[in-house]
Design a binder for this molecule. Structure first.
Ligand SMILES: Cc1cc2nc3c(=O)[nH]c(=O)nc-3n(C[C@H](O)[C@H](O)[C@H](O)COP(=O)(O)O)c2cc1C
Length: 190
């Protein structure tokens, strides 16, 4: 069974991207994947600092998140857009989890994995500009990022009480990303 981690690049309690990640995880299960939905709040780590790394190695939270990604075939990330780009939380998580750690080589969490990208924003473009940067970063460290992506604009008004997307067309766009992620992962890992 295809194993996917789903998470948001924001760990805010009422994060719109966490809501989109939750909706995506349900779609992933419907598509037949084994989905692990997590919050980066449960994998806290300090801001990357080379001196800190030299003194005490990779932080415990980063090591656990790296192991989580490494033990799955791929991941879906809901990416908030900050000033047209990636959030510091997501970038910092990628930075720490891409580092070598004792006997564990760098990039084990990323190289050869498959990823899908979505974003949510109250704004009209839905965080689309930030996805360009996240795609470039992940592709640069060996992740196969599926071509289909989804940016949800007006996200503060997009979810119904069950946490699903009220608009059928938008729900279809989310489904298209998840379905391509599951299918691509299946093909690459079989
Ligand atoms: C520092 C900062 C920069 C932001 N820049 C953008 C932006 O460039 N584009 C955008 O659509 N929204 C931007 N926003 C608004 C976020 O999309 C909004 O706060 C969103 O709810 C954050 O995602 P979350 O709900 O998952 O935490 C910004 C928010 C912050 C805090």
């Amino acid at each position: 069974m295809t194993k996917l981690v789903v998470f948001s690049g924001s760990c805010r309690e009422s994060s719109l991207n966490a809501q989109l990640a939750r909706a995506a995880s349900r779609v992933g299960e419907q598509e037949g994947a084994d989905v692990t939905l997590v919050s980066l709040r449960d994998y806290t780590m300090p801001l990357y600092d080379g001196d800190l790394e030299d003194e005490s190695g990779v932080p415990e939270g980063a090591g656990r998140f790296r192991e989580l990604l490494a033990s799955h075939d791929g991941f879906l990330v809901a990416c908030p857009e900050y000033n047209g780009s990636i959030t510091p939380l997501l970038k910092n998580t990628i930075d720490w989890t891409s580092r070598p750690d004792g006997d564990v080589p760098g990039l084990v969490a990323y190289r050869g994995k498959v990823a899908g990208l979505v974003s949510a924003s109250p704004g009209g473009l839905g965080g689309l500009r930030g996805l360009v940067h996240v795609r470039a970063i992940l592709s640069g460290i060996g992740v196969h990022v599926v071509p289909t992506q989804f940016a949800l604009g007006g996200a503060h008004q997009a979810f119904n009480d069950d946490g699903d997307l009220s608009d059928e067309a938008k729900a279809g766009q989310l489904q298209a990303v998840v379905s391509q992620l599951v299918e691509t992962t299946r093909r690459l890992t079989d």
